[in-house]
Design a binder for this molecule. Structure first.
Ligand SMILES: NC(=O)c1ccc[n+]([C@@H]2O[C@H](COP(=O)([O-])OP(=O)(O)OC[C@H]3O[C@@H](n4cnc5c(N)ncnc54)[C@H](OP(=O)(O)O)[C@@H]3O)[C@@H](O)[C@H]2O)c1
Length: 386
């Protein structure tokens, strides 16, 4: 699936030039009136950031989920404006009946059948539906750039309920259709790219600040000019709340930063956050392929992943999306990472992986760095023989 996952270069000089200041966010206008928001989900990564952003704006929030993920979040005594409903999108929606909200934010819709059930139930009691989709809906990333008008992927069997790299995006596109069909003009479809920042349970982008903080020589994939896009979950969350307040409808890509970013610029921004001397060794895509190496988030900007990090966010920015600096995100992500338990930090869920020694799956950073050092040696050997 496009979202899950190639010359030596001294980083120090670039760092301050690129990092820039923290988030420049204009003071948000006062909300017109407190809203009642319903989140289908709300307890994993993006959801809790939306809850905090909504509460900060004076709104109340109802969470609907199975009570399996972070069930202890937002205890009633400390969060009187957060209500929790237990159910299951698959056949157990009763807790949502005979209630009314101003906006529903659907973060847990992956199968059109289940999204249909929710929209049918809520369309008379909730006037505005915000659906969290993905940029993986797009059928083809071979162009120069992706906009909301690009074609989405389709399946031979849209009723399939097995979510895989091949079906995730097209199934989300069918889910979008369900929302639009019921909510017509009052549907808001958000297509995020890589969502990153504090709380990201995948460790995908987190790997880079953590790896930078370890210092030394670091394998950098591809070329310094390769494009890269990420969006801080907190920026996305604040925008969701803005969209609910402003009753903004339509379909929007949600990627960052505000202007095009290269891998070298992203690494410089992370270096500014970690304040470590890290020497980058740029290794080309062909070498990485031949060694069976994968790294998170970066994808080769040619062939089938050419436009994966060239997704236009113009429409979202015009609709109020504000984006903080990469340095800001890296600083906070690293601070959050350091609050996690040692066993959790010892098993990073993503990072450089090189078959057969480091197959996909959790791995301690020490093992990753040992494999990385061996790879860098092989890369240098190969280049010296050219
Ligand atoms: N991470 C990325 O880079 C990225 C990129 C693009 C799009 N997205 C989209 O972002 C959304 C996920 O965000 P998130 O996980 O951070 O959202 P979240 O709202 O924080 O968490 C997902 C929630 O869904 C609930 N849930 C799962 N299955 C359920 C079911 N059958 N019935 C009721 N509740 C259910 C989970 O709780 P329980 O387990 O307790 O039920 C959890 O609260 C997804 O739609 C994903 O496709 C993510």
């Amino acid at each position: 699936m496009p979202l899950t996952d190639r010359r030596d270069f001294l980083i120090a000089g670039l760092a301050t030039a690129v990092a820039g200041p923290g988030l420049a966010r204009a003071a948000a206008p006062e909300p017109p009136e407190p809203l009642r928001l319903l989140i289908l989900g709300g307890t994993a990564f993006l959801g809790p950031h939306i809850v905090r952003a909504a509460l900060a704006r004076g709104h109340s929030v109802t969470l609907f989920n199975r009570g399996r993920t972070n069930a202890d979040l937002f205890p009633r005594d400390k969060f009187p404006k957060v209500d929790k409903l237990t159910g299951d999108r698959d056949g157990k929606l009763d807790a949502l009946r005979n209630r009314a909200w101003d906006t529903v934010i659907d973060n847990s819709g992956y199968l059109p059948r289940l999204v249909r059930d929710s929209v049918m139930l809520l369309r008379t009691s909730v006037p505005h539906y915000i659906f969290t989709s993905t940029i993986s809906v797009y059928a083809d990333f071979r162009g120069a750039r992706i906009t909301e008008a690009d074609k989405v992927g389709r399946l031979k069997n849209p009723a399939i309920e097995r979510i895989s790299g091949d079906t995730y995006g097209p199934l989300k596109a069918y889910c979008e259709d369900e929302v639009r069909r019921s909510y017509t003009e009052a549907a808001t479809i958000i297509r995020p790219g890589y969502i990153v920042g504090p709380g990201d349970r995948t460790d995908r982008w987190t790997y880079w600040p953590v790896r930078f903080a370890a210092g030394g020589e670091m394998l950098a994939p591809g070329t310094p000019g390769d494009p890269i896009q990420i969006i801080d979950a907190r920026d996305l969350a604040a925008w969701y709340v803005h969209l609910a307040e402003a009753k903004t409808y339509g379909t929007f890509n949600a990627t960052g930063p505000a202007s095009p970013l290269t891998m070298a610029e992203m690494f410089a921004a992370i270096a500014a956050a970690t304040k470590k001397k890290t020497r980058l060794v740029w290794t080309d895509a062909a070498f990485l392929r031949s060694e069976g190496v994968t790294v998170p988030v970066w994808r080769s900007p040619s062939g089938p992943t050419m436009a994966l990090h060239r997704v236009s966010n113009k429409k979202a920015i015009a609709a109020g999306l504000k984006l903080r600096s990469v340095t800001h995100t890296a600083t906070d992500t690293l601070a959050w990472w350091r609050t996690l338990s040692e066993p959790r930090r010892m098993t990073m869920r993503a990072g450089l992986r090189a078959r057969p020694l480091l197959p996909p799956g959790p791995a301690p950073l020490d093992s990753v760095m040992a494999e990385e050092a061996a790879l860098i040696n092989r890369w240098r050997d190969q280049r010296s023989r050219r």
